[in-house]
Ligand binder design. Structure first.
Ligand code: ADP
Ligand code: VHF
Length: 265
């Protein structure tokens, strides 16, 4: 079973905070550099590449030399606004080194759901892809709110990446995490956990196997990745979950090698 057929062209890559920030809070420039190299190379080969990148809050913490995420929402939103510009500065510079241009889209749930704004977002993405510019997407954290009467957040960027992948009709969503695959239980807690290589449909057992993040900076853990996978399976699309330590793993996936966990028929 491989993730890709020959016709696959439009690829969404999602990278989580745990791949972008070292456990000591420093920005992982090595991974960012390899990510830029990989996506730029594939874009030059004719693939349409999009990146959904977390890391605004993590980079914000690193910029201010803070080690712990604050509780207060306004502080988190301020950190995201500080970190987002720095994250994009790093991406722009690294992608330029590999002769690729990037663009930034910051989205909230409401603008992606409302038909008129959704169409504008899709038009922007299509125009960028036609010009071989790589859209880098994150949630617009400083304006996202999660209140009873006004809910504009995505639960997490895993869900945002699945929403984007379905709306732009992507051929594949690749979720890069700090773990090699989806396991029958959290391998950070249970050393005897076994990798599940292919999931064609969701079952209550699989949902139960997924638990939260056990890393300092990750947010949703496997719960949100499984939700994203369910969205992708329902849309008859495909998702691969794999380790983002070395983003060159994306080349292996596109060459048809079996890595990580494949979700979808
Ligand atoms: N069944 C499972 N299989 C794999 N990982 C799991 C599972 N349940 C929970 N996890 C945890 O989910 C983590 C990945 O999620 P997270 O820390 O949010 O990463 P990211 O920043 O990439 O989104 C893993 O490091 C692991 O500890
Ligand atoms: N929008 C937030 C990331 C939220 C998120 O989903 O994080 P992660 O679980 O690391 O993918 C940020 O840029 O810090």
């Amino acid at each position: 079973m491989t993730a890709m057929g020959k016709k696959n062209k439009r690829i969404v890559v999602k990278v989580g905070t745990s791949s972008l920030i070292y456990p000591n809070g420093q920005v992982n420039l090595r991974t960012i550099d390899r990510l830029a190299f990989t996506l730029a190379t594939l874009s030059h080969q004719g693939y349409e590449m999009l990146l959904v990148s977390s890391g605004a809050i993590g980079v914000g913490l690193a910029s201010l030399g803070l080690s712990k995420r604050p509780q207060e929402i306004a502080r988190q939103q301020a950190l995201a606004s500080i970190g987002q510009t720095e994250l994009m500065r790093i991406y722009s510079q690294r992608f330029l080194d590999y002769q690729s241009k990037v663009a930034q889209l910051l989205l909230t749930r409401d603008v992606l759901e409302y038909p008129v704004s959704q169409q504008h977002i899709l038009n922007t993405i299509t125009t960028l892809l036609n010009d071989s510019i790589i859209p880098i997407i994150n949630e617009n954290d400083p304006v996202s709110v999660d209140e009873l009467d006004h809910h504009t957040t995505f639960s997490d960027n895993d869900e945002l990446s699945a929403q984007v992948a379905t709306k732009i009709n992507a051929d594949l969503l690749i979720v890069l995490s700090d773990i090699d695959a989806f396991y029958d239980k959290d391998p950070h807690k249970y050393p005897d956990a076994k990798a599940i290589r292919h999931v064609t449909h969701m079952t209550p057992e699989l949902t139960q196997a997924a638990s939260g993040s056990s890393t300092q900076f990750g947010t949703g853990g496997m719960v949100t990745k499984l939700r994203a996978a369910a969205t992708i399976i329902n849309a008859h699309q495909r998702m691969v979950l794999c380790n983002g330590r070395d983003p060159k793993i994306i080349f292996q996936i596109l060459e048809g090698q079996q890595v990580g966990t494949i979700f979808g028929e």
